[in-house]
Ligand binder design. Structure first.
Ligand code: GTP
Length: 235
């Protein structure tokens, strides 16, 4: 396997499948099955999942809601998605632990780095909920932060596009995909991979980011087997 320990970042919206809101059980199951394939190969998997399928702090703020209040709701949304994913993974027979950045002890373990590492060493999938535990930060930033803390070899950002393109492939048919690109080039070309806070944190800590299509069956496994899937951003 290409990497021993990964941080898989999943978007909340992806969990909607074809719905307008919430969680599509079919999509959830598909994700769990994809993850099981690589866990069975001995890859240590930590996951950060967004909450946009339920609530986005920024969207709340643009409708006049207090931003901090909105972000707190978003953090809870990521915990809801984390619980759903935990349940789906357990249905596939995978051992999991959910750790949250905000304490909700009756529901999940609080985030403790050393404990997370121990769980991963034992082959458990660890889901990190609650973002960074702070408003004004995205779940991409939470993903990079946790990836660095647990010494992940790479962050795998599962999206609905299959990599980073010269332009938005959904809008520009002439857009060309990069196989490799440096952090510096992403910034110079003004490409969007993650928000700046997440991106620079990743660059400073030499954590490679791989953007790939998580909705295509078998892609996660192929990527970890060393096939050229998606785009790799590194130093
Ligand atoms: P090891 O000591 O490595 O075996 O880890 P472990 O997580 O199995 O140990 P522990 O006995 O601490 O946990 C057993 C179960 O309790 C696991 O399912 C944990 O996720 C859960 N658990 C542990 N601490 C908390 C907590 O603070 N809140 C909640 N809700 N569950 C917890």
């Amino acid at each position: 396997m290409q990497y021993k320990r990964i941080l898989l970042k999943l978007s909340g919206e992806a969990l909607m499948g074809n719905r307008q809101y919430g969680i599509d059980p079919k999509r959830l199951k598909e994700y769990a099955q994809e993850i099981k394939l690589v866990v069975d190969k001995g890859v240590e998997v930590a996951i950060v999942i967004g909450g946009g399928n339920i609530f986005r702090g920024v969207a709340g703020a643009s409708n006049g809601m207090d931003r901090v209040q909105g972000d707190h709701m978003g953090m809870l949304a990521t915990c809801i998605n984390g619980l759903a994913l935990q349940s789906a993974l357990e249905d596939e027979g995978i051992h999991t632990r959910l750790q949250t950045a905000i304490e909700i002890k009756e529901i999940a373990e609080p985030y403790i780095k050393r404990r997370a590492n121990r769980h991963l060493e034992k082959g458990r999938v660890v889901i990190f909920g609650g973002g960074t535990g702070n408003p004004y930060f995205t779940t991409d930033t939470a993903a990079v932060l946790r990836a660095i803390e647990i010494n992940a070899d790479a962050i795998l950002k599962g999206t609905r596009v299959d990599g980073i393109y010269t332009a938005d492939p959904e809008k520009d048919k002439d857009a060309v995909k990069y196989e490799n690109i440096t952090f510096k080039d992403v910034i110079e070309k003004g490409l969007k991979v993650m928000d700046m806070t997440a991106f620079t944190l990743s660059e400073e800590n030499k954590l490679p980011i791989i953007v790939f299509d998580m909705n295509k069956k078998g892609n996660l496994m192929k990527l970890l087997s060393g096939e050229q899937i998606g785009t790799i951003v590194d130093n």
